[in-house]
Design a protein around this ligand. Sequence first.
Ligand code: PLP
Length: 346
Amino acid sequence: NQTVTTVHHPRAAMPADAVLINANENPLGPCKAACDIIAAIAPKGGRYDIDGETGKLTKTFAEQNNIPEDHIMVYAGSSEPLHFSVLAFTSPSKSFVTADPSYEAGMRAAMVTKAKVVKVPLTKTYAHSRDMATADPNAGVIYICNPNNPTGTITSREDIDYILANKPAGSILLIDEAYIHLSDGQSAMEHVAAGKDVIILRTFSKIYGMAGIRCGLALGRPDLLAKMQPYGQNAMPITGSAAANVSLLDTDLVPTRKKIIASTRNDTFAWLTANKYDFIPSQSNCFMINTGRNGKSVITAMQQEKVWIGRTWPVWPNTVRVSVGTPAEMAKFKVAFKKVMDAPAT
Ligand code: PLP
């Protein structure tokens, strides 16, 4: 009775002019340097990574973040190391501790190891709770998504440091920084350099706009990274590694894109406030709206208006996640959302 979840969104199933603000993608796509190197390198794709593109990426990231190269593993996105780290560090006797609501991929990996899943509610300010440190003395992985998906809210470094200092011996903190560059939150990277029980995940799918190109990183002590290796090793697509490397080397990219996405997000928040809709202020490229009615019915009604918004989470069935698209897409979102909310709840 297994259901298979897919993470692709086939365009064929939607109208050609559908607005897709359902998967926290970046409408800006890969930067120009990334597109250029992808085109230039494609003819070399008949071989494995003969020119060492993945090594170049590792070197750049190590230099920019002051961590040794052997603390970096490159994957085709961060989904793999997220899955592998939960497989490696949880078991029927080592639980998976997560915030609720948070990104659920780790929970799905915990189903494979038959680990207990311990859900700790977000705080009143939608941060991860310090209670996560002591939620289970047999914790294997404590997963912190910062900023959190779906709320887009930050957990402070003080809170992360508290959880790290007070967690059970033998557990690891898995800190998912997929959205960190979109926010004013502080990375926990220093803990990687300091050799703590921390694995940080980064992805090029979000601010770097490479969800369809695929590149992500696991960062941690070599002995922690080595424990993940038996669960899967693969050659990187040279296009993913090379595009990620040049994206890192473009130092204007992150601040420029952070500003563009924040501007569209804040314009949307001003509109939601003016119209008295109840939303959670986010620092990321997604945010949540409490619709005050069944969220799934709102999602379906929005699709009738050709706007695909994100999903609900079981703990908040009336609240939907919306990704930040282009200004033109958010203009269509506003019209559709007002129409849907002005109609009687079904
Ligand atoms: N972590 C978080 C919090 C995410 O939201 C996502 C994707 O939406 C991922 C990890 C996985 O992304 P990818 O495999 O594209 O790096």
